[in-house]
Design a protein around this ligand. Sequence first.
Ligand code: GDP
Ligand code: IMO
Ligand code: MG
Length: 422
Amino acid sequence: MIDVLLGLQWGDEGKGKIVDYLAANYDIIARFQGGPNAGHTLYVNGQKVVLRTIPSGVFHKHCLNLIGNGVVIDPVSLKGEIEQLLPLQPDVLSRMFIAHRAHLILPTHRALDAASENAKGSEKIGSTLKGIGPAYMDKTGRNGLRVGDVLSKDFKTKYDKLVAKHTDMLKQYGGEPIDWKQWEQPFFEAVEYLRGLQIINSEYWLDMQLKDGKKILAEGAQGSMLDIDYGTYPFVTSSNTIAAGVCNGLGVAPSRIGEVYGITKAYCTRVGSGPFPTELHDETGEALRKAGNEFGAVTGRPRRCGWIDLVALRYTVMLSGVTKLIMTKTDVLDEFNPIRAAVAYNVEGKETRELPYDLCSVDVTPVYESFAGWDKPISACSSYDETPQVFKDYCRFVEQYLETKIAYVSNGTGRDQLLVIP
Ligand code: GDP
Ligand code: IMO
Ligand code: MG
């Protein structure tokens, strides 16, 4: 069976930390979508590491790590990431595999991302500018270059052909020219480096591993509300971040999916533009940002903060068929009283628990339930039993609303700062 772990909000739920913890029980960790727009933070022996494309199982010696075909890979970013890891994990390359079918991010994809955002002006998505959207556009437009292409003799010809197309597109955007030529030399150096890595037909490889009884965890990037189909379109990323993305992002059949772990923070954040019904524009929002250290792992941008949104969570739990919830950053709420949770939306005078089709075009006022703050810091608890009753009541309320059990509660950045709920 292949279990899945994914974010239920707008990303940055703490996926990296949780995968790093759960990896002890798995043989393989496989990323199924996204690319270097992701920033998954792990603390290993007190040292902070941010992973972008590499799966978060690398710090376990027994774990193999697969970058699946649904991922878009920037060779320069990947090479940099490996070089950062090598002193910490000298055997990282022998345990890392890359799918032939994964698409490549070219320097011109990054330039196109920037040109597109500039052209949108005040309506910009707030992209991480890593070239994700343009790379996926070329994939679905059937123009893309894949990892397997770097092994072919005519890679440069294919590259030149696609770049000629991109150059025309860049001209159409107008605006300040972007000097992407300076990114070409590092790109070709990184492509050379990529050729030396373990590039495989990963769908067969995974099938063989599953038949051998190996345990696999599929690691999601971004969050369900950034899903290209079901997120707050157009303020989304360009891949399927929900559980359905695992099947096409790794080439595994739905019948092989086992547990689906869905992660939510005890509150909510979003980075970039787009609707966020429970966002707090006041000192409480500011206090959440400070207490939760809510600054982007990739771009350093301050994250927008607000209360947990159970309406949105009920939707994303449904979309992925989440079987177990994991609630992170509970310690961040230690100093807050009261604590709020959105339990319905008031949409133009009507109360609903259903997510409107287009959150961008309607006026939404969240309806909140209030909870007393915890009378003992969660950060100081070393078991769920030790947590205060008010916290247990809060967890029970979330479980009942979402009709899904919380399996773990995370109460700090460290791998072992995790409380198991029996
Ligand atoms: P990801 O993209 O989902 O992997 O999440 P990020 O790494 O972008 O952001 C999560 C941030 O919260 C990181 O800085 C983590 O170290 C941190 N974090 C994760 N779990 C907890 C927790 O339970 N408590 C606190 N205080 N921080 C946490
Ligand atoms: P992890 O895996 C949070 C957001 C961007 C932007 C939108 C589109 O760390 O949770 P893109 O670069 O994909 O074109 O940006 O999506 N975004 C993320 N927000 N966490 C992420 O990844 C994100 N990846 C993309 O901020 O609003
Ligand atoms: Mg992140």
